[in-house]
Design a protein around this ligand. Structure first.
Ligand SMILES: [Zn+2]
Length: 300
């Protein structure tokens, strides 16, 4: 970049200057001064001029000041020996590469024209809005940090249009949640119901379990309580007798197997065994008449 080349560029690009320079915080320099800037200074200057251009486009869309700002950017970059435009998409400078893929919308919105992620110089991928936020604030966002758009434009990247929300660190891992179920089950002697869990005052709430696992039963299954129903409904001989007595009182007669199973719902509501198989398994050695006989003999 020779001073002579830069001077030619300055002559070729008319820049009205006056109003723009009054609006811009970037002080004017001569072509020779621009050409003498070191690469870091010229990079900063270009970024400042770009920021200026974007700001003016947002504040005064379509005005001549924007055209002036663009012309100023173009000729200053030429004077500094910096290529404009597409070449920046391959720049070794991370910020240059990033901003080359942004476009300015109305009201200060800024949109992304690149892929889903932006690749940093260290090889890490970032969502564009998160990269810009980190770049602007000099922070590293974690999985707990979310950036919510506040301008109503979901795709808008502008950090000034985003609100930083830090989620609670009180996040339970699956292993912690399942371990909690196992501990309480051991204490209770059976897998906990949602009622047991809530009454124990343990965290997280049953809602969190249901959101994570789908249902409470699925959470229990994941905790290893695959036989949840049979474990919580351990059927004893006495239960079978009470079940037959219950149907006897309900109908006034000792039921057949089919007659018994017609009362499934009432039996379930009473917490009693409801299938003929479960009766004959625990009472009567597989025989329904024998089960009924034993129930009768236990009834006054
Ligand atoms: Zn916006």
């Amino acid at each position: 970049m020779s001073a002579g080349h830069a001077a030619t560029q300055v002559e070729q690009v008319p820049c009205t200057g006056g109003l723009l320079l009054a609006l811009s915080p970037v002080p004017p320099l001569t072509a020779d001064q621009l050409a003498a800037l070191d690469p870091e200074a010229s990079r900063r200057r270009e970024n400042d001029l770009r920021a200026d251009l974007y700001r003016l486009r947002a504040e005064r869309p379509g005005s001549g000041v924007c055209a002036d700002a663009y012309n100023r950017l173009a000729w200053e970059c030429a004077a500094m020996g910096r290529p404009l435009g597409a070449l920046h998409e391959n720049s070794a400078d991370e910020a240059e590469r990033f901003f080359a893929k942004t476009v300015q919308g109305p009201d200060g919105h800024v949109y992304w024209t690149g892929g889903k992620h932006f690749r940093r110089n260290d090889g890490m991928q970032r969502q564009p809005a998160r990269w810009w936020w980190e770049h602007e604030h000099g922070v590293t966002l974690t999985a707990y940090d979310t950036l919510e758009p506040t301008c109503g434009e979901r795709g808008c990247l502008n950090p000034d249009h985003r609100q930083h929300v830090r989620r609670s660190r009180q996040i339970y891992t699956e292993a912690q949640m399942l371990g909690g179920l196992q501990v309480l089950a051991m204490r209770l002697g059976h897998p906990p119901t949602t009622y047991d869990w809530t009454r124990s005052g343990r965290k997280p709430t049953t809602n969190v379990y249901q959101n994570r696992f789908g249902t409470w039963e699925k959470a229990l299954a994941a905790a290893g309580f695959t036989a949840y129903r049979s474990i919580t409904r351990i059927v004893t001989r006495a239960d079978c007798i009470r079940a037959l007595q219950f149907v006897h009182r309900l109908t006034g007669k000792w039921p057949t197997r089919e007659g018994f199973e017609k009362h499934r719902d009432q039996l379930t509501a009473q917490g009693l065994p409801r299938s003929g198989t479960s009766i004959t398994t625990h009472l009567g050695d597989g025989s329904w008449p024998e089960a009924v006989r034993q129930a009768k003999s236990n009834t006054d």
